[in-house]
Design a protein around this ligand. Sequence first.
Ligand code: BGC
Length: 480
Amino acid sequence: MLRRWAHPTTTMIFFMSLLLVLIRADRIAPVGISFRRDVSASRLLCGYDPSACDCDEVAASTMGVKPSPSETPYTVTAVDRFDTTSRAIGFPEGFLWGTSTAAHQIEGGNVNNDWWAWEHSPNSDCAESSGDACDSLRRWPEDIELVASMSLGAYRFSLEWSRIEPAEGEFSLAALDYYRRMCAACRERDITPVVTFHHFTNPSWLATRGGWEAPDAADAFTRFCTRAANHLGDLIGWACTINELNLIGLTGYTTASSPPGVKDDLVRHLAVNDVVAQAHRSAVDALRSGPGDFPVGLTLSMDEMVAEPGGEGVLEAAREILEDRFLRATEGDDFIGVQCYSRLHFGPEGEAPIDPEVPTTQMGYEYWPQGVEHCARRAATATGLPVLITESGIATEDDTERITYLTEVLRGVRRALDDGVDIRGYFVWSLLDNFEWMHGFGPKFGLHSVNPETFVRDPKPSAVWFGEVARSNRLVLPAG
Ligand code: BGC
């Protein structure tokens, strides 16, 4: 995740000061994650006397999975696992196949948030403005048709807070209805809407008051969640409160790669970490108290982390601040959303540069599809929660490489399932080639290309391939 947002020198400074702060604040000691839960996720979903409840059934029905009377929903049979004739790997019945997007990256014209201002600021290194993005504000029905034509069971998209609450305390019914129509259109096509309430952007009115540093930021976010959930809750399938909340402090206050663009201020970074964790917790309560009955969780940006000789301490410190602090914040949630794109190496000085011999993606990350399996296992062990892989993908112009990459990722997911890791679904990032934040429209993560002048979407071979995986609930392995 660091490489995605920072220059190596920045990360080195970051880790040196991080170590100092953690040691001073006595925060290094509890790095081991000691909150493994002794109640199963399905018991949590019951919410009352476990002995009086068929927890597996409740878990299965709540999570959109067909329960089986005698087995947990994810017990795997030999046939399910491996078909020797076709060299196909099966997935559990009810496994949720989906694809993800985010409002600011596809809607276009999101002029009333902090990212729009950041894209247009001379102080940022943004490659270009999000502009019309993919024009999904108008073309969302086409997007949902693309999801349907791939036979996916789920579509993850986000609500743009600045559209729903354009001025503080003033809510737009038209914007709420807009997202309601999206949820309803998904439901009509048997697509489960997975709704993210915050995906990196803050409304301008909040940014002006300090963004996540405003004294009432968590309350403001909770109020927004309450209002939006009241309007949409009966249609929501799964809810993600805050996307990659572990990146908000990092990119805003250490790497200066998102608004407000502050560099190397670890104290503010750690303070924002606390605020977003708090905002998540109160958002969970707000979403649960509204209409509907859907699993609620957060999504985390994770990486497989590897220590080079002498880098063990730095890795532990990094892991605490970047991941473990937020893994603990999931206590009481219904699931954890895992998002992993690569792996990171740590030496004694901080993040180690990538070996020039190692293949990299268009984003400059190490090509490492195995990371997803690693992070899913780690998240499940640390939290005891069911895992939804809410984002996974690769930026590449070579769509064959995308299929190869995703195939490797899915083999890893299957290995984890075989070992009993409770993974409920897998979402490709992304449905469309879209606005990749600081990098603009250069990196191609999409299953569909988007013509920048006409906005016409075209399925790539990977869309057809992924559709076949979802339709058959099987991954056919390449020969050899
Ligand atoms: C984010 C997306 C982003 C993707 C690829 C995740 O960090 O949630 O918004 O486009 O990774 O970099």
